[in-house]
Design a protein around this ligand. Structure first.
Ligand code: NAD
Ligand code: 4TP
Length: 365
C-alpha cells in the first residue's frame, strides 16, 4: 500500500539540541508512531557524532538506525535532493521501514561543536529551510516540523529574508518564500492557544505595526485556520489590547479606540464570536480562558510568556496562513544541553503529532 506523504524535520542549528531531540525520539521508537515516513535534514557526520556523544553521556543506550541520503552533486544539492526525495516518495517511502528516519545530508562548512555556534554553518541552516519550503510547496512532504535555530547566528552571517531584510525567524522566512503578505504565529498547548498580531519586532517598533490591516488580516487568518485546521466552525476568540488596561478609555493609549476596536466591531457585526480589546492581565485569567478557543495577543512577549508558563515543553508553535503545514518546537537551541543530556523531546513529539493530524485532515496527505 502506498504510504502517506512524509513529515520533514529540520534540525536547525547544529550546535544546539535539534539533532539530540530527533535521536531521543528515534531511540524510543516514537518516529515510527506515524503512518507516514519521517525525513530529517542534518549534517550526517554531525548526527553520528551527536549520537556517539549521547551514548558516551549515558543518555542513549544504542544508536538508533537511520538511512543517510547524500546529494550526488554538491553544487546542485537542492535539486538533487528534491529528485531523490520525490523518488523515495514514489516508492512509498519503503526505504524508511527498517529505519527510524531518512537523513538528508546537508553538510556543514565547519566541524560542529556542541554548544558553540559557528556562523560558518549558518548557510547550512538556511539551506535546510530552503529545501523544506520547496518540498512542502511541491507537495513532496505533508508538513514541515522545524527544530530550533539560532536567529542571531543567521543574522551575524548576513543571511537575509527574500525581501532583503534581516532574518528574523522561520515564520517570516516561510511567509516570504510562499509569497504570502501575512501569516500568523500561533503557539498551542493544552491550556490555551495564543496567536500574535506581530512577531519578531523590537518593542519600540510594535505600535507602528498595529495597523487596522494587520489586525484584520490576523483575525481573519485565525478564524479560517481554527475552522480548517482545528475543526472549530465558530471559534470563540478573545483579543488583548496593546496598552495597560486596554488603554483605560484612551487615557493610557488610543490604539484600542482608534485602530483595534473598529476592526473587531466589524467581525462582531458579521456574527463572529470575538471580544473587543481586553486588558491582557484580565484576559489571561482562568474564567476568561475557560470560555475561549484562541487568544490574539498584540506582540510576542504579551502572549507567549503566559502560554509557556502553562506548558513549556508541551507546546507547539505553528504558522497559520501558509499554503502548507508548518509546526515547530516551543523552545530554542538550548546550547547548554546539546550533546550532554537534559534536553526534552516532548515539544518535538507534540509538533509531529499536530502536523500529522493536520496532514490527515488536509487534501495533501
Ligand atoms: N523554534 C525556534 O527556532 C526557536 C524558538 C525559540 C528560541 N529560538 C532561538 O534559540 C536561541 C536561544 O534562545 P533562549 O536561550 O532564549 O531559549 P532556549 O529555549 O534555547 O533556552 C531557554 C532555557 O530552556 C532550556 N531548554 C530549552 N529547550 C529545552 C528542552 N527541549 N528541554 C529542556 N530544557 C530546554 C535551556 O536549557 C535554557 O535553560 C535564540 O537564538 C532564539 O532566537 C529558536
Ligand atoms: N517565539 C517563537 C517560539 O517561542 O517558538 C520563536 O521565536 C520561534 O519563531 P520562529 O518559529 O518564527 O522561528
Amino acid at each position: 500500500m502506498q504510504k502517506k506523504l512524509p513529515l520533514l524535520i529540520t534540525t536547525g542549528e547544529p550546535a544546539g539540541i535539534g539533532m539530540d531531540i530527533v535521536l531521543l525520539l528515534a531511540a524510543e521508537g516514537k518516529l515510527q508512531d506515524f503512518d507516514r515516513p519521517v525525513w530529517v535534514t542534518a549534517d550526517a557526520t554531525a548526527m553520528q557524532k551527536r549520537a556517539d556523544e549521547l551514548i558516551a553521556a549515558g543518555i542513549l543506550e544504542i544508536c538508533p538506525p537511520w538511512k543517510t541520503l547524500n546529494a550526488n552533486d554538491a553544487t546542485i544539492i537542492e535539486e538533487d535532493f528534491l529528485n531523490q526525495m520525490s523518488q523515495q516518495n514514489i516508492n512509498g517511502g519503503t526505504v524508511n521501514d527498517d529505519n527510524a528516519f531518512i537523513l538528508f545530508n546537508i553538510p556543514c562548512a565547519a566541524p560542529v561543536v556542541c554548544g558553540k555556534v559557528d556562523t560558518n554553518n549558518s548557510s547550512m541552516v538556511a539551506q535546510q529551510l530552503q529545501i523544506a519550503h520547496k518540498l512542502a510547496i511541491n507537495k513532496t512532504v505533508a508538513a514541515i516540523v522545524t527544530g530550533p535555530l539560532q536567529k542571531s547566528a543567521l543574522i551575524d552571517a548576513d543571511i537575509k529574508l527574500l525581501d532583503g531584510t534581516m532574518f528574523s525567524g522561520h515564520t517570516e522566512f516561510f511567509m516570504q518564500q510562499s509569497g504570502c503578505d501575512k501569516v500568523v504565529m500561533m503557539l498551542a498547548n493544552q491550556a490555551m492557544k495564543v496567536a500574535l498580531v506581530t512577531t519578531h519586532l523590537a518593542l519600540k517598533d510594535i505600535p507602528a505595526a498595529i495597523t487596522a490591516d494587520n489586525v484584520r488580516q490576523t483575525v481573519q487568518i485565525v478564524i479560517d485556520d481554527m475552522r480548517e485546521k482545528f475543526g472549530l466552525t465558530q471559534p470563540r476568540i478573545l483579543v488583548c489590547g496593546l496598552n495597560p488596561h486596554a488603554g483605560e478609555g484612551g487615557h493610557l493609549g488610543t490604539e484600542e479606540i482608534e485602530i483595534i476596536n473598529p476592526v473587531l466591531q466589524c467581525f462582531i457585526n458579521a456574527g463572529i464570536d470575538i471580544s473587543e480589546a481586553m486588558p491582557a492581565d484580565t484576559l489571561f485569567t482562568p474564567r476568561h480562558l475557560a470560555n475561549c478557543d484562541a487568544v490574539i495577543a498584540m506582540y510576542h512577549d504579551q502572549g507567549l510568556p503566559v502560554l509557556k508558563s502553562h506548558g513549556f515543553g508541551d507546546t507547539v508553535n505553528l504558522t497559520l496562513g501558509l499554503p502548507y503545514i508548518r509546526t515547530s518546537v516551543d523552545h530554542g537551541t538550548a546550547l547548554d544541553l546539546a550533546g550532554r543530556g537534559g534536553a526534552s523531546a516532548t515539544s518535538l513529539y507534540q509538533a509531529l503529532i499536530m502536523a500529522n493530524e493536520m496532514a490527515n485532515k488536509s487534501l495533501v496527505n
